[in-house]
Design a protein around this ligand. Structure first.
Ligand SMILES: [Zn+2]
Ligand SMILES: [Zn+2]
Ligand SMILES: [Zn+2]
Length: 152
C-alpha cells in the first residue's frame, strides 16, 4: 500500500516537473520570438538600405531559423512597421515604414544600384500616372535602377 502511494507520488512529482519544463519551454519560445521580432525590427530600422530575407538571416547570425524570420516579417508587415516590395531582380526586399499603422499608405519608388547592389526607399518619389477608366489600382511596384550617390 505504502509502496503504491510512493509510486503515485513519484508519478505526481514527475508530472509536475514535466509540466514545469513544458511551461519553461513555452516561456523560452515566447522570449525567443519576442527577441527575434525586436532584433529583426532593429535590423531593418537601422539599415539605410532595404534588406532581403537572406540578408536578414545572414545578419542575425543564427539567432532564429528561416521559418521564424518569415513569420516575424509577416507580423511586422501586418503591424505597419515594415513594407516589402519586389526588387528589379525579382527578390523580395524589406524596409522600415514611417508613420504607417496597420494600413500602409505609401507608394514611393525604390532605387536599385547596379554597382553596389543596394536598394533604397525613395520616400518622397511617388510616380504620377493616369489610369484608364474602370481600373482600380491596389498595389504599386515602382523600382528604378542605376547608380546610387555613393557609387557615382
Ligand atoms: Zn508602410
Ligand atoms: Zn551604389
Ligand atoms: Zn520603401
Amino acid at each position: 500500500m505504502q509502496q503504491c502511494c510512493k509510486h503515485n507520488d513519484y508519478f505526481r512529482y514527475r508530472n509536475r516537473d514535466e509540466i514545469k519544463i513544458i511551461i519553461f519551454a513555452e516561456a523560452m519560445k515566447h522570449t525567443r520570438n519576442t527577441t527575434a521580432k525586436t532584433e529583426i525590427l532593429n535590423l531593418i530600422s537601422r539599415s539605410k538600405v532595404a534588406l532581403s530575407h537572406s540578408e536578414i538571416e545572414m545578419r542575425l547570425d543564427g539567432l532564429c531559423n528561416r521559418v521564424t524570420i518569415y513569420r516575424v516579417l509577416e507580423r511586422l508587415e501586418e503591424e505597419g512597421q515594415i513594407h516589402k516590395f519586389v526588387n528589379i531582380d525579382g527578390h523580395l526586399k524589406f524596409a522600415a515604414c514611417h508613420d504607417c499603422n496597420d494600413l500602409h499608405h505609401h507608394n514611393h519608388a525604390h532605387f536599385n544600384c547596379v554597382a553596389c547592389g543596394s536598394v533604397t526607399c525613395l520616400e518622397k518619389v511617388e510616380p504620377l500616372f493616369k489610369m484608364p477608366p474602370h481600373y482600380q489600382v491596389q498595389q504599386l511596384n515602382f523600382t528604378l535602377s542605376g547608380i546610387c550617390p555613393l557609387c557615382i
